[in-house]
Structure formats: structure tokens, C-alpha cells
Design a protein around this ligand. Structure first.
Ligand SMILES: *Cc1c(COP(=O)(O)O)cnc(C)c1O
Length: 491
């Protein structure tokens, strides 16, 4: 399976590359992204065959269907990391919350958010390829709070890899910040920047495309890659849990083979939803993908009107900060898959230059055949957390945004909905304490204790331990100083 570029080829980069090359060098012509040239078709036979497969067996079969050019031994080592999840027998539990609503819990990995689903295996794969090629890599990551901890965890002390992780200072929860600034491995650098997540992400994109930065790295024999979902190496691992969740619903007797379901995804950079889109195109019976946003609702407007408009928009801080994003990177892969490279280039360059673009009505109809969208403000989200807790289920504020889309977007109420839960309650405790215990203004550790008591759940040891660890990563700088700071770190 080869990968081609979403904005077409400029002769500067290879036209077509393999999976391992897409992981190592994710940037392509005209600032585009690599996307699969074709998608494997799984079909009902495949689903029947994996009805009782372990998550790792299913994952291996899907990677085989993609014909990834990576040794089985490396893939198996990467997938074995799912054994460290809470329940090695089932790393992704799917829990019935209402008669027709099931929550697929993607947060049972080491950093308690869904980024582990892809970044755990991704770290092993990338470092193994780098070692096999005897090459050294600098991995850049920009985070709104969950990618950072997961990327640092997966690359900690890995050979041939150094990581520089950019986060918006003040834009994350205490737990997220502590997960990053207490990292003390010598190959990891954490950089707080004065700005929001879009600033961090655009700084990352600038560095990835900067020839002078790459030349300076080359002097030290270091190549550049990225751990964000611009990297297809993450997306591939995010197709798997959609298939797994569907099979779980069959195993639980909620649906029978072939029944359609709604996938309901709390979305920011659209990697999770893109994984669902690919799973659907590979043959998973999906009615529609419901896209949930918070008050930063550009995706809702885009899906409902076909207009992507960043003019006069600024990021609004919300209680679901992992979705405080305006430029949602993976929309580009949807545009490419639906409308081709030429049109994608036209639209994406318009977004860069004029800060907006509009689909025509035929394109909008094509988009709306797959996606529906709604957004949920903080007060609505808190009400869902409160009500759902009273009904016996504790969820985080990102997951809560899905409950609005579940109520407003489904056209066929006879179908089951799979909501993707992207973070554990421990990562966003203050808003949850406010919702379920009416206690406002708490800091993270106070809120964790309140929830733990109220919900009769222990605070997981790795989360509790964060508050006593030394904070070794203290760098907070201006956007303009990032390149120099990284070069200093590399020595
Ligand atoms: C990253 C993240 C999201 C958004 O996922 P995308 O794949 O970027 O759309 C939602 N919720 C949480 C908790 C996250 O960490």
C-alpha cells in the first residue's frame, strides 16, 4: 500500500511513498499530507472472521490488509504495548450507557487519554525503523494537552529518537502539564509557548517545512519527523478501534452483523473521526459519523454549511481544551479522499491565504452523506456529565460533547450509537467536580479527591504521583524562540 499527497506533487518530494517513509517524513508537496492511495476492503468475511479476535489480533490483521512495509516482529512488539492497558484481555472496553448508546473507552493506556491508542505502538515502530536504518530523528509534537504526555511516554529513552514537545502555556489542565514537565529522560524536551494550540501547531508546521531548520539538523545528522496526526502512522492505529467497537456491539448482542451504527466522535484535529471514516470506507457498516465540537465550532459550521471560515475567529478557551482548535488538520485528508488533489490544493491554499473557503453544493451533499455535526457549550456539557453520572456513568468533558450530537444529529433513532470516550475523569477533574459535586474553583488535586470520594473510584497511582514529582522541564518561551531552543537542546 502506497501513499500519495493531498495537494498533488511538486517534483520536490517523491510522488508515492511507502508506509515507513510516510512515518519518517510526513511532510509533502505544497504543505500537504500523505494519504493512502487506495484503502483495503475488509468486507463482511473479515468481520465474521474476527468476531472473537483479541484486539491485537484484529489490529495485526488490519495492518496486514494495509500491507505496511514493516517487519512482523516490530509490529508485534508495538502491538504488545496494549498489554499494559488496564485490562490486557480487552484494552478498549465498550460500555452500555443507554439502551441505544454505547461508550467505547479509549483512555485505558498509560497517560489516560485516547492518544495512547496510536502513540504507544507508533513510538515503537518509529524508533525501530530509525534504528534499522541507523538514522537519528528529532520528533516534533504540538499538543493541546494529551498528545504531549502520550508522545513523551512512548519515546522515553528510545534509541535514535529525541522529542521536542510544544504546549500552550496555561492552555492545559494541571495533570496534563505535570505529565509533561515532570518528564526527566534526556531525550525529551518540553517547551511551553506563549500562545494557544493553533500557535503551537503552526510553529510545528513552520519548522517541518523550513529548509534552513532541516539543514541545521542535517549538520548533526538528524532528520525531522512529527508525532501529530499529520503523521499517517498515527491514523492507521486509529482505524482499528472503530472496527473493534463494532465487533464489541455484536458480541454484546446489541446489534447483528451488518446492522448500521452511528459513530459519535469528540473532534479537534479530526484524527479520530478520520479513522472512523476510513473504517467506514473499508466496509464497516456505519450509517453516519457524528462530529461533536465545543464552542470552537468551525467543524460544526463546516459540516452544516460547507464553509470553513477562520476570519475573525479566535480560540475560545473551554472545559474541553483538547478540542480548542480552529485549523483541523485532518479535514484535508477528507477533502482529498472526496474531491481529489487539485481541489484540495485549491481549498487549502485559500484557507492559508484568505482564511476561508466554501464547498459547492454537490461537494457539500457528499460531505453530509457521511458526516453530521453539532457543538456543545460548557454549560450543556456539564449538565450531561451531571445527568449521566446520576444515571451511573462518569465521563470527561470531551466525551460529554457527544451527548448533544447524539440528541440532535441522528436521523434514524432505531440505530445504535457508539460514543468515543477520549479521556479519563482524572485528566479534567475540576469541571467534573463542579458538575457532579457542585464544588467550583478547585484545583486538580482537590477535585480528584472530591470525585474519588463521590464516585467511589481510586485516583490511579501514576496520576496521584505526579503532584509529588520534581518539575524538571521549566522552559516557557515566545513563539519566535522555538527553533533556537530546540537547537540548544540538541546540543
Ligand atoms: C486529541 C483529543 C481529542 C480530539 O481528537 P482529534 O483526533 O484531534 O479530533 C478529543 N478529546 C481528547 C481528550 C483528546 O485528547
Amino acid at each position: 500500500m502506497n501513499f500519495i499527497e493531498t495537494r498533488g506533487n511538486d517534483g520536490h518530494f517523491p510522488k508515492e511513498i511507502t508506509f515507513s517513509q510516510a512515518i519518517l517524513s510526513p511532510m509533502s508537496s505544497f504543505g500537504g499530507l500523505y494519504s493512502p492511495k487506495t484503502l483495503p476492503q475488509l468486507g463482511q468475511d473479515f468481520l465474521e472472521q474476527h468476531l472473537n479476535s483479541h484486539y491485537k489480533t484484529l489490529a495485526k490483521a488490519i495492518l496486514d490488509a494495509f500491507e505496511v512495509d514493516i517487519d512482523d516482529a516490530i509490529i508485534n512488539a508495538a502491538l504488545s504495548l496494549y498489554d499494559q492497558f488496564d485490562d490486557p484481555k480487552n484494552p478498549v472496553p465498550v460500555v452500555k450507557v443507554k439502551e441505544d448508546l454505547y461508550v467505547s473507552e479509549l483512555y485505558h493506556g498509560p497517560t489516560r487519554a485516547f492518544k495512547d491508542m496510536a502513540l504507544q505502538p507508533f513510538g515503537t515502530v518509529l524508533s525501530a525503523i530509525a534504528q534499522a536504518r541507523n538514522e537519528k530523528y528529532l520528533i516534533l509534537a504540538a499538543t493541546s494537552g494529551d498528545t504531549g504526555p502520550a508522545a513523551l511516554d512512548t519515546f522515553r529513552n528510545k534509541d535514535n529518537v529525541q522529542v521536542a514537545c510544544l504546549y500552550p502555556e496555561g492552555g492545559t489542565s494541571d495533570v496534563q502539564r505535570l505529565q509533561m514537565v515532570t518528564e526527566d529522560a534526556a531525550n525529551l524536551k518540553v517547551i511551553g509557548i506563549k500562545g494557544d494550540f493553533d500557535d503551537a501547531q503552526s510553529a510545528l508546521k513552520t519548522l517541518l517545512t523550513s529548509d534552513s531548520f532541516k539543514a541545521k539538523l542535517q549538520e548533526q545528522h538528524i532528520s525531522l519527523s512529527a508525532a501529530n496526526s499529520v503523521n499517517f502512522g498515527r491514523i492507521i492505529f486509529q482505524t482499528i478501534y472503530h472496527v473493534h467497537s463494532y465487533l464489541e456491539l455484536i458480541r454484546q448482542g446489541a446489534i447483528t452483523m451488518g446492522d448500521k451504527v452511528y459513530l459519535n466522535v469528540p473532534s479537534g484535529n479530526f484524527g479520530n473521526a478520520l479513522g472512523g471514516y476510513y473504517a467506514m470506507k473499508m466496509g464497516l457498516p456505519v450509517e453516519q459519523i457524528l462530529i461533536a465540537s465545543n464552542n470552537n465550532n468551525v467543524l460544526t459550521t463546516f459540516i452544516n454549511t460547507g464553509v470553513y471560515d477562520l476570519r475573525d475567529l479566535r480560540v475560545i478557551p473551554t472545559t474541553s481544551p483538547a478540542m480548542d482548535i480552529l485549523k483541523s488538520s485532518n479535514i484535508e485528508r477528507i477533502l482529498f479522499d472526496m474531491f481529489g488533489a487539485q481541489r484540495t490544493k485549491e481549498l487549502m491554499l485559500a484557507l492559508d491565504k484568505d482564511k476561508h473557503y466554501a464547498l459547492n453544493s454537490a461537494e457539500l451533499a457528499q460531505l453530509q452523506a457521511v458526516f453530521a455535526a453539532d457543538f456543545c457549550n460548557d454549560a450543556e456539557g456539564e449538565a450531561y456529565i451531571k445527568q449521566t453520572f446520576a444515571e451511573g456513568y462518569l465521563m470527561d468533558p470531551h466525551t460529554a460533547t457527544c451527548f448533544k450530537a447524539y440528541e440532535t444529529c441522528r436521523k434514524n433513532p432505531a440505530l445504535k450509537t457508539i460514543v468515543y470516550s477520549t479521556a479519563e475523569w482524572t485528566k479534567f477533574s475540576p469541571v467534573i467536580a463542579e458538575s457532579i459535586a457542585n464544588q467550583s474553583g478547585l484545583n486538580d488535586i482537590e477535585a480528584l479527591k472530591v470525585i474519588s470520594e463521590k464516585a467511589k473510584l481510586p485516583i490511579p497511582a501514576p496520576i496521584a504521583a505526579l503532584f509529588d514529582k520534581p518539575q524538571t522541564q521549566s522552559t516557557v518561551i515566545d513563539k519566535t524562540e522555538i527553533e533556537q531552543e530546540i537547537l540548544n537542546f540538541l546540543g
